[in-house]
Design a protein around this ligand. Structure first.
Ligand code: ADP
Ligand code: MG
Length: 865
């Protein structure tokens, strides 16, 4: 047995091997140790290997899914080795000692799940593959969610890979052997053979999978795209061991059509998850009013990928607007949607061969509901363009829905093995079999009273169990009469207290029942298979219907949320404007509302000529909140949602950046100043005049002079080089002097007032710099003891006296040259005689002697330089 085990283990070196033995999956050696620790189950041992006991643990097959779920969540991959022949077959093949043949039938990995119990209903579960073509450096990412068949491919330049992966948030990322995954994703990376990433093989694989002679119908793919898609499909085939997985035709995404938001920005804005990794507390959780799981997944995708295309955003906003204007219609549609099951995931299971009768019923109900929605919506006048585009996708499955409606009982069981899911009247032969089984059972019931009358044993019963089938049971006291050879009964079993018998007419009746039952089960199974293939044949169209339902759900949900919270439709422009009146932070506002506290709305007005706001003011004054709320308003607007403001004009934004000074992040266990600087460097390298950047206390993570100097230089660079819209919050009051030299920079502050010795934070953004920093007042507010605050006051007075004498922290900056001048200085090239000399050499005309002389000459020049 161990030989077989090791052979299987060799096929799955990086997985835990679930080795099927009877009713258990057993794990051995290190696998057993790892699984026992994760699952908190007993670690036992079995036999010996190399003189030592073999560690072992096991999980019952019927409960395997819940154990799998925990192992996958803990980051493991699992290979399932099943028995692929019966013990009887093994004996026939190799004699009485033959070992039952086993084979790995599936790899269960985080990116390739379809089971309802293993997946989160409201979020997508993606597998991604990252391909780079060595010769050209061209890169692409393919991503699929096989639980719904969604399949996309993004071509992007290397600088954008991280942002795209952060958007897709895959559970697993495939990379070619010999390459590295981007730093933030190494934990989820799976190394696959480089040959899987060969573009020619990728193309062949895709043609094969989609049964087409050419991929032209899907798009004109680059080599990197083919390589990524090929590697992804190769892995799916590997994981499913050749059985089918659901992939729709690939959709090409141009990365420029989506706002670039890197991983650090996503984290800091808490778009779909908080820093701690929870959904609660994120922007997504604050606005999610969807009523279907498909809608929730769509919303998460939308928020993760705001658009940059004016027409597409306008289409979405028009639909939200339409729902916003008619609350009755909206409530109706939402009620209808709420009743629909998650057909997209049901389809994924059916295609993967793991579907059951209930999945078919979910298709029936969802697609039937979609058809009714189409009728209802199609009857309305003045439909927005996006709705008109969605309507056709809602219908077209009439024949399938009707067939399923006729074939299935109302609420079929999850599991097909017991039958009972095909409706009466669908198949007359099946009805007849069921009737025969029922008649047989009645005949058996009749036999019972017959036997009682015949034997005079009132306590005689006919019972059924898995071993004996139908049998007669009497108490031990009454058994003697039936033991007589002439009684017509044959003895089967004696237990304490009862004795069991068989009888010829019972045997016959029982045979009729079991045969009819078995035939009925087989007939149902055949129908299940036929209905499944009917559905699977329509998988692409059904997926489109599901997408359309999800889109409707999202739009109606946005409208609903906007109407209850007084949000407005944003106006979009192609300028670099950003004007928000009465803007709010949706998450902070909700948190305050829960405590009965009001949120103070604030305005923002950025334009080409006033594009950088420097925001100062006391700690806890609302600076960070103000910065973030404006970034979130842009995300929402370009995702096609209404925004938390009374009015908003958004100049389309290509990239969004958010950075938080290191010490603000320390509490969250992130590393410090280095991270801050790495992230800031990325902004300076990537932000364009179309970008929006928020920088929150950058420069805070180092000493005062360093920090101030860096913050100063960063603000200048953003203003002069990137020329993007930017909000910069800082506690360095000295930075306000930049307003003198940078004409598109203006000063703002969060208001505070000291009143009777107490600090009142007004959370109101006003023009001009803060008059002072209120640090001591904040300390008092926070409960620092009066003695300490008094002492600090004395120290401060000394410091300020010193500052007055020396000119203060920024005293030396009076004769600092303008940043613009330093740029040209840094980039102006110095004369380079070495390079000039090299350029003037003509190797073909040199004699060896001249060449040697030249070498000495060059060496001398290099030493001089
Ligand atoms: P800062 O960055 O200036 O230190 P924060 O933005 O972190 O301040 O805000 C501190 C707290 O003040 C928030 O947690 C919130 O409770 C409250 N707050 C911030 N902005 C507002 C606002 N506009 N209206 C009401 N309360 C606010
Ligand atoms: Mg702050």
């Amino acid at each position: 047995m161990m030989a077989q085990y090791w052979a299987l283990k060799a096929e799955a070196p990086d997985c835990l091997l679930f080795y099927r033995m009877g009713d258990f999956f057993e794990l051995f050696f290190d696998d057993a140790k790892a699984a026992a620790a994760t699952l908190d189950i007993a670690l036992t041992s079995r036999g010996e290997h190399g003189g030592e006991a073999v560690p072992m643990c096991g999980v019952p097959v019927h409960a395997a899914e819940s154990y799998l779920a925990r192992l996958i969540r803990a980051g493991h991959r699992v290979a399932i080795a099943e028995q692929v022949e019966t013990p009887a077959e093994a004996k026939a093949r190799g004699g009485s000692k033959a070992l039952v043949a086993r084979a790995i039938v599936r790899f269960v990995t985080a990116g390739t799940l379809t089971e309802e119990t293993l997946l989160e209903g409201r979020s997508a579960n993606r597998l991604a593959a990252l391909a780079t073509i060595a010769a050209s450096g061209e890169t692409a990412i393919a991503a699929a969610d096989i639980s719904t068949g969604q399949f996309e491919v993004v071509r992007c330049d290397a600088a954008r890979i991280e942002a795209e992966l952060a958007r897709l948030a895959p559970s697993e990322i495939l990379i070619a052997d010999g390459t590295d995954a981007p730093a933030a994703f190494t934990e989820r990376a799976v190394t696959r053979p480089a040959s899987d990433f060969a573009s020619a093989r990728g193309e062949a694989r895709l043609k094969d999978r989609f049964g087409v002679a050419t991929l032209d119908g899907f798009g004109d793919f680059t080599r990197a795209e083919l390589a990524a898609m090929g590697a992804l499909t190769a892995y799916l085939d590997h994981a499913a061991r050749g059985s089918r997985t659901f992939l729709q035709a690939p959709v090409r995404i141009a990365s420029e059509r989506v706002m670039a938001i890197d991983a650090a920005t996503r984290d800091s804005l808490e778009l779909t998850r908080t820093m701690a990794g929870a959904r609660a507390g994120s922007l997504l959780a604050a606005i999610d009013r969807t009523v279907t799981a498909g809608g929730a997944r769509q919303l998460a995708d939308d928020i993760s990928a705001p658009l940059t295309d004016m027409a597409a955003i306008t289409d979405r906003l028009d639909l939200v607007d339409w729902f916003a204007r008619d609350s009755l219609l909206r409530a109706n549609i939402r009620d209808a949607l709420r009743a629909l099951p998650d057909a997209a995931r049901a389809m994924g299971r059916l295609v993967a061969g793991r579907g059951g009768p209930r999945d078919l019923a979910q298709l029936r109900d969802a697609l039937g509901g979609a058809r009714r929605l189409r009728e209802q919506l199609g009857a309305l006048a003045e439909r927005p363009a996006l709705l008109d585009a969605l309507l056709p996708a809602l219908d077209g499955h009439g024949a399938l829905v009707d067939e399923l409606a006729r074939a299935l009982v109302d609420s079929p069981p999850l599991d097909a093995s017991q039958g009972g899911y095909i409706a009466e009247g669908y198949d007359h032969a099946l009805d007849a079999l069921r009737l025969a089984a029922r008649d047989g059972r009645q005949a058996i019931a009749a036999l019972e009273s017959d036997y009682r009358a015949r034997t005079g044993i009132a306590g005689l019963k006919i019972r059924h169990n898995g071993v004996l089938g139908y049998h007669v049971e009497v108490s031990a006291k009454a058994a003697d009469a039936l033991m007589a050879p002439t009684s017509g009964f044959t003895h089967r079993q004696t237990l304490a207290g009862v004795v069991r018998f068989n009888a010829p007419d019972l045997h016959e009746a029982a045979l009729r029942v079991t045969q009819a039952g078995a035939h009925a089960l087989a007939a149902e199974a055949a129908h299940l298979e036929a209905l499944t293939s009917l559905a699977v044949a329509r998988r692409e169209a059904i997926a489109k219907s599901c997408d359309a339902l999800a889109r409707l759900d999202v739009a109606a949900a946005h409208a609903d949320h906007a109407m209850t919270h007084g949000w407005c439709r944003p106006a979009l422009t192609h300028d670099a404007d950003l004007a928000v009146t009465g803007g709010r932070h949706p998450v902070v506002e909700a948190a305050l509302a829960a405590q009965g506290a009001p949120f103070v709305p604030n305005d923002l007005s950025l334009s080409e000529s006033d594009r950088l706001w420097l925001v100062t003011g006391p700690n806890m004054g609302g600076k960070s909140t103000f910065l973030r709320q404006n970034a979130l308003i842009i995300v929402l607007a370009q995702a096609g949602a209404f925004v938390p403001a009374s009015q908003a004009t958004i100049g389309l934004t290509d990239r969004l950046f958010s950075r938080v000074g290191a010490s603000d992040n320390l509490a969250r266990g992130r590393s410090t100043f280095m991270v801050e600087m790495v992230e800031t460097a990325a902004i300076l390298a990537q932000a364009t005049p179309r970008s929006f950047v928020i920088l929150d206390e950058v420069g805070r993570g180092t000493s005062t002079y360093d920090g101030l100097a860096l913050a100063w230089a960063v603000v200048e660079a953003v203003h002069e080089v990137n020329r993007c819209r930017c909000l910069f919050a800082t506690h360095y009051h000295e930075l306000t002097r930049l307003a003198e030299s940078l004409d598109a920079l203006s000063l703002h502050h969060v208001r505070a007032r000291e009143w009777q010795g107490d600090l009142v934070l007004l959370h109101e953004v006003a023009d001009g710099p803060a008059d002072r920093s209120y640090g001591l007042a904040v300390a008092r507010l926070a409960g620092v003891s009066p003695r300490v605050v008094h002492r600090a006051e004395a120290v401060l007075a000394k410091l300020e006296a010193g500052r007055a004498a020396t000119g203060g922290l920024a005293a030396g900056l009076d004769d600092l040259p303008l940043f613009a001048a330093t740029i040209s200085e840094a980039t102006a090239t110095k004369p380079d005689t070495l390079r000039d000399t090299l350029a003037n050499i003509h190797p073909d005309t040199l004699t060896p002697r001249e060449a040697l002389d030249l070498l000495y000459q060059l060496k001398a020049l290099a030493d001089d330089a």
